[in-house]
Each structure stands twice: as C-alpha cells, then as structure tokens.
Design a protein around this ligand. Structure first.
Ligand code: ADP
Ligand code: MG
Length: 374
C-alpha cells in the first residue's frame, strides 16, 4: 500500500489479549467473570492523513485495505469487519473522525481463545479516540467495541473480552458482574506457581454457529423457566430449585447448558474467595471442575483440549487446568509450579505431538494492564 512508504505514526496503542480465570460463557448470561489482560498484544500505529474520508489499514502478515468513511459497509473479508464495525459504531456517536492511516502488528495468536478479536476492536476504538480527541469514556469504548462485534462480525458475544482488554490492571484479575457492570480488582499472588498457556492450535471460529447456538439454548432455558418465574430475564437469576422445577419442560441439552451456567457463576465467586485466602489448591480444583462442565455439560471443548487437561491430572506440580476462551480448541490454562514448568512443557508437547501430530505452543502469561498509549 502506498502510505506505507512514507508513514510516520503520531500515536502507538497497545491493545492486549486476555485470559479468563473462570466464568466461561457466563458473560452473555449476565453472570460473573474473572478475566485479566495479558502481556501479548496487538499494536496499532496511527496517524491522520489529512484527507476527510480516506482510511488505510495494514495488518502485518495479512494484507491492507482502504475504505471511505462515507461508505462503510460489512466486508466479505472477516478481519476488515473488526475495523469497519468499530469505525461504524464511532461514527454513530461523533463526526469528528477524519481520514487516517494505521499499521497493525500482533504477537497474539489469532483464534486461540486469547481474544485477539476484542484486542482488534478495542485497540482501534482507543486509537481513534486518542487520535481525534473524541473524549469517549473507557466504558463507552468497551460497549461500542462489543456492538461492532455483534453488528459487523456477527458474533453475539458478551461484554467480557472488550472489558478485560480495556480495563485490566497489572497484577489483578477483574471480578466483573456482567449484569450491573460493577467490577472489582482482585490482586492475585500465586507464587511459586505460574500461569502456563498451552495452545492446542485447533482454531475455533466464534463467528461460526456454535457460539450463537449456545446463546440461543440459554435463552430457550430462560423462556421456559419464565413461565413459572415471570420476572426472570437471564440465567443469572436462576437458582437450582427453579431449574429443577422446570426440568421436565426442557430438553436434556437445554437443561445441561443452564446447569453449567448456574454452577459456573458459583465457581467464579468461590475462585475469588480462594484467591483472597491464598488457597491455591482450591484455585486448581475449581479449574478442573470448570473444565468438566465445559466438556460434559456445555460441550464446547474438543478432544485436543480434553487431552491436555487430562494430561496434567497425574502431575503433582500442577494444581489445575482448563480450556479457556469461547471453546472448541484455543488454549488451556495451567497452574504449574515454577520448578516444573520446563519439564511439563517438554512432556506435554511430546505426548500431544504423538497423539495429534500437532506441535504444541506453550507460553507463560501474567496479569497485565489494559489498552494504553505506548
Ligand atoms: P480470538 O478472539 O480467540 O483470537 P476470534 O475468532 O474471536 O478468536 O477472532 C479472531 C479473528 O480476529 C481473526 O480471524 C481475524 O479476523 C481477527 N484478527 C485477530 N488478530 C488480527 C490481526 N493482527 N490482524 C487482523 N485481524 C486480526
Ligand atoms: Mg474472540
């Protein structure tokens, strides 16, 4: 692209990926989540280009594209929609955005459950906010990024990923109530253990039907239970008693999905207690319980992530593990003693390669700060 030859960035934005300690598929059910940003990130280099409407975006390793601010429309190229969706949402709020050039560089693996999608949206939103002095609040940037994913990408995601990418604080996880958007930073100290991510390299596609199907199944459960509980709006307010009372009126599948969400919300609150009490054994057990639910009740795991979680169970240096992210692959999160990390990665990689013929990717993450100007 022509602009690349003479590009001089005015602004560099760091937009991180995230992990979610626990609370999977609870965000769109208005429940609790416990995410944090990580050190891996997408970097946006931005500059105004002096034109009124002409925008150029180049993602290193992919390609570039240009668009006109007066003719924003959904693209056939998936990744363009993360950019276009954000620009579209911002232009509903302000007319102060003008022509700009942007180079994107990433060390976040795509489609691995570390939310490169939210990092794309929030980095773009944060960058335009700074570049054009839009003065939108952080929470407005979070919400418009989520709307961009709904309207342009087509994934009916909850608020967690965007919230974590923007709002995180180093050394903490965020206890976020997705109903009220109230949040609390919870300091975590898991020394002498480390958070090790294993990338299954099985790439999910959240825009695919499965994610939206889970959401519909939860909504079906709510609408069935609403007959007996007219004030009910989401699974957040469902108790085990309410679910049991309506069990015969729903399919086993819908029952399982609802059951998982009820348990998972409880696990988030238990995890917070475990962190506060520095009860690392309990942290680990909650991860294993969560994976069991992800695999058996919510059915969003896959043979590869099930294998990697099982593989840890006989290792006394590992407290717990589970698949993290939307599902069907991506990464597993493992709590591993610092002295055992190297050996664990070597052994897991060998076993995984023998079983699936896939080279595992392993890396350590630490709770990090949210989107920022570099
Ligand atoms: P995850 O959020 O877990 O990484 P998703 O499927 O939700 O997985 O989002 C991945 C998509 O985000 C990619 O397929 C691509 O369209 C877009 N994306 C992520 N990183 C980049 C990047 N560096 N450049 C362009 N598009 C990206
Ligand atoms: Mg995503």
């Amino acid at each position: 692209m022509q602009f690349l030859d003479s590009f001089k960035p005015e602004l560099t934005i760091s937009s991180p990926g995230r992990i979610n300690f626990i609370g999977e598929h609870t965000d769109y059910n208005m429940g609790y989540v416990l995410p944090t940003a990580i050190g891996n990130k997408i970097t946006f280099k931005l500059a105004k280009n002096g034109s009124l409407n002409k925008c150029n975006v180049y993602s290193i390793g992919l390609a570039g594209f240009s668009f006109d601010l007066n003719a924003i429309a959904i693209s056939d190229t998936e990744w363009h929609n993360y950019i276009l969706g954000v620009v579209n949402e911002i232009s509903k709020l302000t007319s102060k955005v003008g022509g700009f050039d942007c180079i994107i560089e990433s060390d976040l693996p795509l489609g691995s459950g570390l939310s490169s999608s939210a990092a794309m949206e929030c980095g773009m939103a944060f960058g335009l906010n700074e570049l054009f002095d839009l003065r939108l609040s952080k929470i407005t940037l979070v919400a418009l990024s989520q709307r961009a994913e709904h309207s342009y990408v087509g994934t009916q995601c909850g608020i967690m990923d965007q919230f974590a990418s923007v709002m995180s604080k180093k050394g903490n996880v965020i206890l976020l109530d997705c109903q009220s958007l109230e949040y609390q930073y919870i300091p975590i100290d898991i020394r002498p253990y480390k958070i090790i991510m294993l990338n299954t390299k099985v790439s999910h596609n959240l825009a695919s039907s499965e994610y939206n199907t889970r959401k519909q199944e939860c909504e079906e459960g709510v609408s069935i239970m609403k007959r007996r509980n007219p004030k009910l709006n989401s699974l957040r307010d469902v108790t085990e008693e309410m679910l049991e009372a309506s069990k015969d009126e729903m399919s086993q599948t819908v029952y399982n999905r609802c059951s998982f969400v009820i348990d998972e919300n409880k696990r988030v609150l238990k995890m917070v207690q475990a962190f506060k009490q520095h009860n690392l054994e309990s942290v680990g057990n909650l991860l294993y319980d969560a994976h069991q639910g992800i695999s058996q009740l919510y059915e969003v795991s896959c043979p590869e992530s099930d294998f990697l979680v099982d593989f840890t169970k006989t290792n006394p240096s590992i407290l717990g593990a589970r698949q993290t992210g939307g599902g069907f692959g991506g990464c597993t999160l493992n709590i591993v003693h610092e002295n055992a990390v190297k050996e664990f990665i070597t052994k897991a990689s060998k076993a995984y390669f023998e079983k699936f013929n896939i080279q595992l990717e392993a890396f350590e993450v630490e709770p990090s700060g949210g989107t920022s100007v570099q």
